[in-house]
Write a protein that binds this ligand. Structure first.
Ligand SMILES: *[C@@H]1O[C@H](CO)[C@@H](O)[C@H](O)[C@H]1NC(C)=O
Ligand SMILES: *[C@@H]1O[C@H](CO)[C@@H](O)[C@H](O)[C@H]1NC(C)=O
Ligand SMILES: *[C@@H]1O[C@H](CO)[C@@H](O)[C@H](O)[C@H]1NC(C)=O
Length: 463
């Protein structure tokens, strides 16, 4: 479930980036349409327009297209405005608007043969991840407006046949490849002893944005960047620790080969040290994120985690005053591991076991988490999370309690606070379910939680 959501997010991200890059490249190409210097002042004869352009023009009726007169200063382009060929068009990353000024030969290095030259130029300017995300957001909003008002200026400003647009899209694929170059630049900035810590952190955060893509994360490894990131986990600057953990977590998410590299690079030991020693909560959050991503679907890392005393580290962290915001995250890490192993063994019943499945079963068999949880007091710790006012915290706690039922039932029964919490929650959610049903919701969130509470009550009574 979580993984699916992640993947979708990554796709969206990629698509968003593509759109932004497309916009910029359209801008660049449009600005460099040497063939027809007046291509965009549509009203003056269409002699030198190709066939495709004419087809587009026919749909235009007599609606006027405003042609923008650029000066030597950057000016914002309004929707519907076309620019003369030879102008510089850029995407302002602060506002998400396109801006234009008179072109100078030296300024643009775009080459119409689709060479990467021009696009590298673009990457060369350092957009931070935040700027890019913000621009994408604004661009998307702007796009909705365009559709609403049928003010399709992007299309009008182009009047180019579909084949040419396709070529742009191909050029775009090459653009995406140059992520490698961006990463090289960022790694150099990060690895340069002359860089300030601020510059290093900026480089890390930009890297974090890039390594969501599976290939970029692999490239981070092959470029030697993974080890650099792991090395700063124990830097003396807590902001560097935090950013490094963030990059690491994103790079290993849903990326098995990178998970392996991170484990071999000694990441887990360093992350656990960060969790076990006094750090600000912001650092611990990112470190927990990295630990969770490192362990997910990776039984080898999970056994390693157990051997390194990970469960003990997490139970101490759970009980440290002031770390309440981390509690649900900690329990989620544990719950995910329990469920993963369970699902793997269930899958075995449905499919014809192949050798890789056997191997996975063997690896998960070595992850002996539940006995460790009992030993470290989790039968008693998880019920504490039920006292949280947050519904999703309670839900997570209930699911985890149920997952540990076989090992913890005796302790649950001897825990009067748990019994009291459960009957209190039962009352609360019975009422909340009624309010849900009042608005016509039969199987709402509250009925889901109530079902979990009921199930706990029933299973605790069983002998
Ligand atoms: C660091 O700065 C010094 C002095 O400005 C310079 O000589 C050196 O080449 C720089 N080192 C790197 C790795 O850029
Ligand atoms: C980092 O810098 C060191 C020396 O300054 C160099 O040997 C190493 O190759 C660099 N690593 C990466 C990944 O760029
Ligand atoms: C970080 O750990 C490595 C080895 O684990 C050690 O060589 C290095 O000195 C440590 N760095 C700091 C700043 O403590």
């Amino acid at each position: 479930m979580m993984m699916t959501r992640r993947i979708i997010m990554q796709r969206k991200c990629k698509l968003g980036l593509s759109i932004a890059l497309w916009l910029v490249s359209v801008g660049l190409i449009c600005a460099h349409n040497e063939k027809s210097p007046t291509a965009l002042s549509i009203k003056e004869g269409s002699d030198d327009h190709s066939k495709g352009e004419e087809t587009l023009l026919e749909d235009e009726d007599s609606e006027d297209l405003e042609v923008f007169r650029p000066t030597d200063k950057w000016q914002t382009l309004k929707p519907g405005q076309a620019v003369p060929a030879g102008s510089h068009v850029r995407l302002n990353l602060q506002t998400g608007h396109r801006e234009v000024k008179i072109g100078e030969e030296a300024g643009l290095k775009y080459r119409s043969d689709g060479n990467r030259q021009g696009t590298m130029n673009m990457h060369g300017s350092s957009f931070t991840a935040e700027e890019l995300k913000e621009a994408l957001k604004k661009f998307k909003e702007g796009m909705d407006d365009l559709v609403d008002t049928k003010d399709e200026d992007a299309v009008r400003a182009q009047f180019r046949p579909i084949e040419e647009l396709k070529k742009d899209m191909e050029a775009l694929d090459m653009l995406v490849e140059t992520d490698v170059q961006v990463m090289r630049r960022l790694l150099n900035q990060f690895n340069n002893t002359n860089s300030t810590n601020e510059e290093k952190i900026t480089a890390l955060l930009d890297l974090e944005y890039l390594v969501h893509q599976v290939d970029n994360a692999r490239n981070l490894v092959s470029m030697g960047g993974m080890q650099l990131v792991i090395n700063v986990l124990n830097s003396t600057d807590i902001r560097l620790q935090e950013s490094a953990a963030f990059v690491l977590g994103s790079a290993v998410s849903s990326n098995p080969s990178v998970q392996v590299e991170a484990i071999e690079g000694g990441a887990l030991q360093k992350l656990l040290t960060l969790l076990a020693t006094q750090r600000p909560i912001t650092v611990k959050k990112k470190v927990l994120f990295a630990v969770a991503s490192l362990l997910r679907h990776f039984p080898f890392a999970q056994s390693h985690f157990l051997k390194l005393g990970g469960v003990q580290v997490l139970s101490e962290l759970f009980q440290t005053p002031g770390t309440e915001p981390l509690r649900v995250r900690i329990i989620t890490v544990l719950y995910d591991m329990i469920i993963e192993k369970e699902l793997i063994s269930q899958v075995g019943m449905d499919i014809i076991p192949d050798s890789s499945h056997q191997e996975r079963l063997r690896q998960y068999a070595e992850v002996s988490l539940l006995p460790m949880l009992v030993e470290q007091g989790w039968c008693r710790l998880v019920p504490e999370l039920l006292e949280s006012p947050e519904h999703d915290y309670r839900e997570k706690a209930l699911r985890t309690l149920l997952a540990m039922m076989a090992q913890c039932q005796t302790q649950y029964k001897q825990n009067p606070a748990l019994t009291a919490s459960l009957s209190e929650l039962q009352k609360q959610y019975q009422e909340l379910v009624l309010t849900e049903q009042d608005v016509g919701e039969q199987d709402g969130y509250f009925s889901e939680i109530l079902a979990l509470v009921d199930s706990m009550v029933v299973k605790m009574r069983q002998v």
